[in-house]
Design a protein around this ligand. Sequence first.
Ligand code: ZN
Ligand code: ZN
Length: 264
Amino acid sequence: MLRFLDKYVDRSDFEYCEMDTDSAYMALAGPDFDSVIKPEMQEAYQHGLQGYCKPGLEIEADCLHHWFPRTCLSQHSKFDKRTPGLFKIEYEGDAMISLCSKTYIVAKKVTKITSNTVLTAASLLRRAKTLKPKRLQPKRRTYNETKFSSKGISKKTVTAPLTIFKQVLKTKRPGSGFNKGLRARNNTIYTYTQQRCGFSYFYCKRKVLADGRTTVPLDLILRPGREKCEDVTETQVSGDFSKNWDLEDENNVNILNALLEESL
Ligand SMILES: [Zn+2]
Ligand SMILES: [Zn+2]
């Protein structure tokens, strides 16, 4: 990715926020990726997106002409999105908090207006309840849609992730979440709730400078310690449905686990 950026985007127009082996999140000095391409590179950039539209032509990531999936035709674009090595936009938002590796949140302001389907359903419901007919007005609702990553916490148990990330950033103290699941022991199934520190503040791979944002390589050698934060409480599942299940079979436990995850 850096090879592309260095050639096509001015260093003052982007800043890395979070990166992993196969992804990079960055802040851009423009509304979208296209807008921060250097003017003198626009033509080459657009050519890569639109200039290889031939039937049956399959492009490969070559770190030269082909960096992104083509945008010419939807069939080409769909095909290229499955080609390894090409960069795909994973998510776009307007705010991001990156606490440490694999622990980040991207938020996007979304405005939704009540759909006609919902309005129709609401008025049908009024009629069913024999309430007086009323002209219902569509409502405008603005909220934050978020995409987040946290280590070892079931996402479905987190109800307000943005609040947690903001809190950790402000207080510099790790936030914890819960992990729920099923566990087999002595031929009985137990549900467990495990508290885990999934929202760490401390970033240990590089040194964070005083601005809280810029990082430089570490000038010391660290020996990682263990985070001590695992309070496990167990409650027995009532009923005797467990008798029909072979609990030695890991598959069965996994199925139950997935079912419970779904219901959370
Ligand atoms: Zn095409
Ligand atoms: Zn090529």
